[in-house]
Design a binder for this molecule. Sequence first.
Ligand code: HEM
Length: 214
Amino acid sequence: MKANNYSFKKNQPASMRWWHWLNALAILGLLGTVLLRKTFLSWRTNAVFIQSKVEEAGGAVTTEAAQSIAKGLRDVMWQWHYWIGFALAALLVARILIGIFVVKKCPATHAVQSAKGIPALPPETRITAVHYTLVKTGYALFYLITLYMVLSGIALYFKQEIGLSKDFSHLLKEVHEWLMWFFVGFTALHIVGIFIAENRGDKGLTSDMINGGN
Ligand code: HEM
């Protein structure tokens, strides 16, 4: 790759721009459902709350019934995790089609090509090229982990229909849950990175993602 190819400033086709913002919405939405599940709609906290309020009012409710009410309330919200999850799956398919037919680039091979081109560059442009390659590797990882989230999420959703064993679905879910932190880190780094880039040499990255750039 030539030195001038290691620039983040690129024209963004309309399909890619739509995809980017819808995908951002989906990921933030999914993270939002997890946040609600672990905080305001945590069945453990809410079951204790329900039980104490009923008792305060002079009634009685068993721990099991209070837990079942709390889980029922949480499940109404958690349904959104599935809807947005399936939307993310559709967006991943759309991204593959955009990669093949519009941008004609594969994120993984692009990262490898960027890395391979570094030794041939003059020393003064190498730091920029290494940075560019690291960012592109981060994006390739993002797609790979999104693929895992989509496949494991769909497999867990249909676990009864496809006859997943208890142990295997437990493993899929543990990894699915753990990889949530990748998206938290990625989102934070992505936003901070864009702010830094906009303030250094790459002005207009955000508006390029809105209006396509020159
Ligand atoms: C960025 C993407 C995603 C993130 C961050 C994420 C996060 C999580 C987390 C943290 C859990 C565990 C919740 C808990 O048990 O406390 C979970 C469970 C689950 N997710 Fe996702 N998820 C994502 C994508 C998806 C997708 C694409 C689907 C597909 C429809 C999906 C379907 C599921 C299912 C079926 C469960 C198991 C729920 C249960 O056992 O009750 N997720 N997800």
